[in-house]
Write a protein that binds this ligand. Structure first.
Ligand code: G6P
Length: 600
């Protein structure tokens, strides 16, 4: 989703900002732009649709490359098409230049009152901020007061970075429910929507809280709260090595990240006893209900966890899509533990759902499972469990998803131990080896993908733990290959999806050697009887469909059933990847999707 970088330094900042913008590419975007302020306080803006390298070319060809203050942006279209006019920075004549992440929900209303005075050039909701700030500067004569009054008028979510040609040595910012971080360096100050964009420049950061606004200069930082009072910021030293988010030129990030999974899980297995906050374990003794909230793959991880937790404890589990829970009037018992799942820790729907839950149930304890230690959800939660997946660049989550899934498995095991003094879930200590064996099937899976890529409709089926696993597999396939895919519980086939089955719809069945094996075999037979081709992914050794021309069986490494979701996830990620590759899709940045969804 949209990304902001900006800064004020000694020397020219243009190419540094474009480099940092490239580090935000992973979020997903469709246009990009930069404004530099010259020594004569002129605002020079360059914008382009498409990729950042196009912006870079335009910048290098321009005559106005100098400037020590600047703002830059990658835009993921929400209001208005991905056109150059709608790309940010958005200007109010040559007076104000502004970049915005988020959505201004009352933009139309504000536009009505501002359009007598200002000409709106874009279709964006963001443009109101530029004009409103300018109008407020005229009215209040003080840019900080103007910024505060601008923020007070905005409904929705926003992070902004703003330049005003009449205040040449200041870079203004404001935020509400959209992340913004300031980096301190020995050559000046930067601002960005993600510290990943600035880690190569600094390890000292200030993570802004909602409703804060202010400005940075070359030598100072000024932050104010909603009431206008100055805030003494907390500087956090982040001791992480700038991540290598580079890959071999021939490789996609998605494939690189799929292949990193055995090591991520190995690390988690090794940290099992050391990495967990004992206070979390203490919580597990008392809780009776768990409410898991997430979106996309994170939600799917929650669905899988429900089966594990229910199987090994007396705790009831509810799994909710954040964007739905947010607007429901659900009742929650006092001994409920809230678990938010979010690889980015910045998903607007999850944050809003959690914020409103906390407001109405302040007594409930919360744990956030995330791949981002410095995220909004981390700050909002009582406890955080960090997944050690490292930065994930591919928009379709693979290693961060699997790592969160493993955290949930460990949590279920700890719950089992805390409440029943037992260890009934299957031992996962060899899981990383099974995952390596799964990667060794890449060639076979590729052959299968070449066939799947010929279809326009794919039906996934599974039962018990295989059901949420195929929900995630179907999401992955549609995200990266753009094939229409749906996932059903095997038992639901007869309640609708069977009507779709013919030779043109391919079914992918995940078959476990578990208590529902025979029922799944019946479901597969129901499909074959209707001439539907089937690919079976299974951890069993028997093959009841051995000579059936409609059936292909792919044997995934043999494993205990509790661990099958991990093995199958990796096999089906490879299937999605290879299918997308065969169809020539934009694998790492699928059309219309974003990695970090900071708008509702
Ligand atoms: C986007 C990503 C998905 C992710 C979902 C939830 O849609 O493309 O891969 O599962 O957001 O993101 P979160 O950061 O909350 O896990």
């Amino acid at each position: 989703m949209c990304g902001i970088v900006g800064g004020i330094i000694k020397g020219d900042i243009g190419s540094l900002l474009i480099d940092s913008l490239e580090l935000l590419e992973y979020r997903g975007y469709d246009s990009a732009g930069i404004t530099l302020m010259t020594d004569q306080s002129e605002l020079n803006t360059i914008k382009t649709t498409g990729k950042i390298n196009l912006l870079k070319q335009k910048y290098l060809q321009s005559n106005t490359k100098s400037g020590s203050i600047g703002i830059a942006h990658t835009r993921w279209a929400t209001h208005g098409s991905p056109h150059e006019t709608n790309a940010h920075p958005i200007c109010s004549d040559d007076i104000i230049s502004m970049v915005h992440n988020g959505i201004i929900e009352n933009a139309n209303e504000l536009k009505e009152s501002l359009s007598e005075q200002y000409t709106f050039m874009s279709e964006t909701d963001s443009e109101v901020i530029a004009h409103l700030f300018r109008a407020n500067i005229d009215q209040y004569k003080d840019p900080v007061l103007a910024l505060r009054h601008t923020s007070l008028k905005l409904d929705g979510s926003y992070a902004t970075a703003i330049l005003s040609r009449n205040h040449p040595h200041k870079l203004f910012f404001s935020n509400f429910h959209s992340p913004l971080v300031i980096a301190i360096t020995d050559h000046g100050h930067y601002i960005a929507s993600d510290h990943l964009a600035l880690l190569h420049l600094s390890n000292q950061f200030i993570y802004l809280k909602p409703h804060q606004h202010g400005y940075i200069t070359l030598n100072s930082i000024h932050i104010f709260g909603q009431d206008g009072r100055p805030i003494n910021p907390k500087i956090e030293v982040v001791n992480i090595v700038p991540p290598t988010i580079k890959r071999k030129p021939s490789e996609h990030f998605m494939l690189k990240e799929i292949y990193e999974q055995p090591n991520v899980i190995k690390q988690q297995i090794e940290q099992h006893t050391t990495h967990w906050n004992p206070l979390i374990e203490e919580q597990l003794h008392h809780i009776k209900h768990i409410l898991i909230i997430g979106c996309g793959s994170s939600y799917n991880a929650g669905l899988t966890a429900r089966y594990w937790i229910e199987a090994c404890s007396q705790v009831s589990v509810q799994v909710e899509i954040a964007s739905e829970l947010r607007y429901r009037q659900a009742y929650h018992k006092t001994d409920t533990l809230i678990i938010t799942l979010s690889q980015s820790g910045e998903t607007a729907d999850t944050i809003s759902a959690f914020a409103s839950l906390k407001k109405s149930n302040p007594q409930l304890t919360s744990i956030c499972i995330t791949n981002n230690n410095h995220s909004t959800l981390t700050r909002m939660s009582d406890f955080t469990i960090i997944t050690p997946a490292g930065p994930e660049v591919g928009v379709a989550s693979t290693k961060a998803h699997l790592s969160a899934l493993f955290c949930l498995y460990q949590l279920a095991a700890k719950l089992n131990h805390a409440q029943a003094g037992q260890d009934t879930l299957d031992d996962p200590t060899q899981l990383h080896i099974n995952l390596k064996q799964t990667l060794a099937l890449h060639g076979n899976i590729k052959q299968c993908a070449l066939q799947i890529s010929q279809y326009n409709h794919v039906l996934f089926i599974g039962r018990h733990l295989c059901y949420p696993t195929v929900i995630e597999a179907s999401l992955k396939l549609k995200e990266v290959s753009y094939i229409h895919a749906e996932a059903y519980a095997g038992g639901e086939l007869k309640h609708g999806p069977l009507a779709l089955i013919d030779a043109n719809v391919v079914t992918i069945a995940l078959l476990a050697k578990d208590h529902l094996y025979d029922k799944m075999i019946s479901n597969i037979n129901e499909i074959i009887a209707r001439n539907g081709p089937v690919f079976i992914y299974t951890n069993t050794h028997t093959d009841p469909f051995e000579n059936n021309a409609l059936v292909n069986t792919i044997r995934i490494p043999s494993c205990q059933n509790d661990l099958l979701p991990f093995i199958a996830a990796v096999a089906l990620q490879l299937l999605a990847y290879e299918t997308a590759l065969a169809r020539g899709c934009h694998i790492d940045q699928p059309r219309n999707l974003a990695k970090c969804v900071t708008v509702e």
